[in-house]
Ligand binder design. Structure first.
Ligand code: FAD
Length: 318
């Protein structure tokens, strides 16, 4: 079933969903099950599976030459999605990125997903690789998520890259996209970012999932601005509790978000990692309660490999 059908079916009730990160190469599927097993009692209708490009480093060999070596490779999403659907009977939402994919690669991935009866995708650009500095698309690949949305939408109309295909199978993908309550960091200002967000929606995106935020006011303002710009698709808040001390500086640096003063004040008084986690979890519970009371379509938790804190939060909401 499509993610947007779940929202309609819920008739204003706030759903809950989770995002999982595939293990690094060499890890096992059991690691994902270990995260999700304790969370399935909350009956998430869908689970997102992220996708990541590998990073490269240059390693000096005995010969003195340097060799380019791929590191931090995570497996693709298709197999993981199939395993989740089989084990839990939920809909899996694979993330599809522009980076590292030609248009043909993207089409082939979508064909595989369609054959597996996976009808939802989150269409995103992907981040720049560290050694590139800025986002560099694959030759023959997409520069922006907007172009990816257009390609998926074309396949939903039965139009494939090979224009000699007549009466091609019409796929039926529900398309999610990313939105940024605190604006995407590369965007010169929030209005410009919203203009591109609207282009993605006008091109056929069905719903938006936000970057994590720690001040609900930012989400509410973002939703207001979207509605004023005639963006009327569901906007799902993405949530992540602070659970470790290094995240106090790490999350703002990596995700280009701000932590509110009150939260920083509380965290600065925490004397231990355990205390940081307690404050982080309590903060996320309060955020979740307020978002639910305000009628958010779904609370989407970035598990980042941790189920115990996510479980505590969802338990106190549902
Ligand atoms: P885009 O919508 O393409 O926007 C990128 C930038 O370009 C923005 O500044 C935008 O304003 C601007 N822009 C957009 N369209 C145009 C245009 N036509 N012309 C000029 N400028 C334009 N990353 C991963 O690698 N894997 C994941 O699984 C993953 N999942 C994510 C899930 C969510 C919910 C979110 C919020 C982010 C996720 N990311 C993931 C991170 C994401 O890939 C990065 O934030 C990336 O830098 C931008 O992706 P986007 O889809 O928002 O890009």
């Amino acid at each position: 079933m499509k993610v947007t059908d779940y929202f309609e079916q819920a008739q204003g009730e706030t759903l809950v969903s989770f995002e999982i990160l595939p293990p690094l190469k060499g890890g096992s599927m059991q690691a994902i099950f270990d995260v999700l097993d304790p969370l399935m009692e909350f009956k998430p209708p869908f689970i997102d599976v992220t996708y990541h490009r590998e990073e490269f480093i240059y390693q000096k060999k005995d010969s003195g030459y340097y060799e380019k070596v791929a590191i931090r490779k995570r497996p693709g999403t298709v197999g993981i999605c199939a395993a989740l659907m089989h084990r839990y009977g939920v809909d899996a939402v694979p993330h599809l990125i522009c980076g590292g994919f030609t248009r043909e690669d993207t089409e082939n991935a979508l064909i595989d997903l369609n054959f597996l009866n996976i009808n939802n995708v989150l269409a995103i650009r992907g981040d720049a690789r560290k050694f590139d500095g800025q986002f560099v698309p694959e030759e023959g690949g997409h520069h922006f998520a907007l172009d990816l949305v257009k390609q998926i939408k074309n396949m939903n109309r039965g139009a494939y890259l090979d224009t000699t295909i007549e009466d091609g199978e019409k796929t039926n993908f529900c398309i999610g996209i990313a939105g940024y309550p605190e604006k995407h960091f590369e965007s010169p200002n929030a209005n410009e970012d919203l203009r591109y967000l609207k282009m993605k929606v006008d091109a056929g995106a069905d719903y938006i999932v936000t970057q994590m935020f720690f001040d609900n006011r930012k989400y509410f303002d973002f939703v207001d601005k979207c509605r004023k710009m005639d963006i009327h698709v569901p906007i799902v808040p993405g949530l992540k509790p602070i659970t470790r001390t290094h995240q106090i500086s790490g999350l703002p640096r990596i995700f280009h978000i701000e932590l509110p003063d009150t939260l920083i004040n509380e965290l600065s008084k925490a004397g231990s990692t355990k205390a940081v986690r307690e404050i982080g979890v309590e903060w996320c519970i309060q955020q979740s309660k307020e978002l639910k009371a305000a009628g958010a379509p779904c609370l989407h938790y970035y598990t980042m490999g941790e189920s115990d804190t996510t479980k505590r939060i969802v338990e106190s909401i549902y």
